[in-house]
Write a protein that binds this ligand. Sequence first.
Ligand SMILES: Cc1ncc(COP(=O)(O)O)c(C=O)c1O
Length: 487
Amino acid sequence: MDLSKHAVTPIYTGLKNYTQAKIVHFDVPGHKKNPDSPLAEAFSEQIVLYDANSTKDLDVLSNPTGIIKEAEALMADAYGADQAFLLVNGSTFGVITMIMSACGPKDKIIMPRNVHKSAINGVILSGALPVFIDPEIDPEYGITNGVTYTAVKEAIKANPGVKGIFLNNPTYFGTVSDLKAIVRLAHRHGIPVLVDEAHGSHFPFHPDLPDAAMQVGADMSTVSLHKTGGSLTQTSAILLNEGLISKEKVRTIINLMQTTSASYLLLASLDLARKHLVFNGREIWSNLLALSAMAKAEINKIPGLRVITRDDYVNGKEIYDYDETKLVVKVNELGLTGFEVYDLFKEKYNIQLELAETYVVLAVTGPGDTAENLTQLVNAFRKLSQEYYGQKPPFHLPPMSGFFTRPQTVVAPRDAFYSVKKQVPVAEACGEISGESIMIYPPGIPLVIPGERITAEIIDHYNFYRKQNCIIMNDHGNTDFIKVLGE
Ligand SMILES: Cc1ncc(COP(=O)(O)O)c(C=O)c1O
């Protein structure tokens, strides 16, 4: 990377110059930068001043030739990619675009079952047929992790002509598969590797973080800079190493779906984040990794708690690497579920955790974190343990044989999506074929997707989530019913 060229911020600087020119606006947006507008009153005048739509000066996201093109070239350079595409509709959109770039109707794509909902949406929209492989499971922490090289190899062997391999780097909980080896294997078969790096946008900026997709030669990646890179919410980027997939194809797919009125506040934030990552990333993650290590050491001393570290995973298990910036804390020994601890953290300590699962909570760190934040987090865990440890027996789910069993696909997701459907009460859904994806958010990994058989275990699992007062996502908002195929 040529550091000298990264000092500029073409979109932010272009927007600033445009804003300072005090243009009289007879174009949209309709607030016309009026300082008396309700928006300016609520969020400060800067927000409306910097809110703009595409013009010749500001370039156009769908066919960039000016400042956006320059910013995309810098983003690509920062990540070691041939091409970058800035996105204002999150990694959801990036993941869908990657799948649609590699696959058309009836093309097979290998993916772990613990993908985010966006990958299922990508399969439905493209008409591709997912070949699901099982992720590694950590029964102690009750979480699913990455996939093994062997699982991918077997899936390639069993599915000649497969058109893509889709992987998470890392999973929500921070585990990383042997991406380098999988990319080499896939390329020997001429198969592109698409990587969901929604939680890995920081990887290239410190040598002690796991390998980033572009560094190991993957074909496409989607990075949520808004999650770990410091840009505004909704901003992401698609990265491309050309060869098996062309940039024209990717641009065409993007332009099928992305807004023609991209927010320049969002775009400029990507530009500013890229510059910050390039110049300060190494120092930021040196500090964060040290703070995270200290926090983990402290948490592991607290009665009733345990936190995942790289050593737990990389030694002896088939996980290749671990992102130490994630704090996955096992809390069930306190007699509480992860969901209860998630709520208690907010109510008692004013701390918003990233997510909960049955036995764990996840705290994520980012470039804006400070030593004080981490100390507050550790102190809250300490107080929680003082209050709850030893009061109740550890929480364990009643044994559910199929807790982590992959559901059986009966109908292809797209066919199921377009089939006639009815709503049935949850208790009556056992044995039916699902017509929708249902999941808790976060993490947004579906319990069941369109076309899969609903089992008693899935219903038990769903009822457990409902009782735990999780945020449930489905197609209709009524969690007492499930959409299934049939008249
Ligand atoms: C693994 C994974 N991929 C993709 C996404 C979608 O990202 P976004 O929220 O930026 O649309 C998420 C969101 O949580 C995610 O966890």
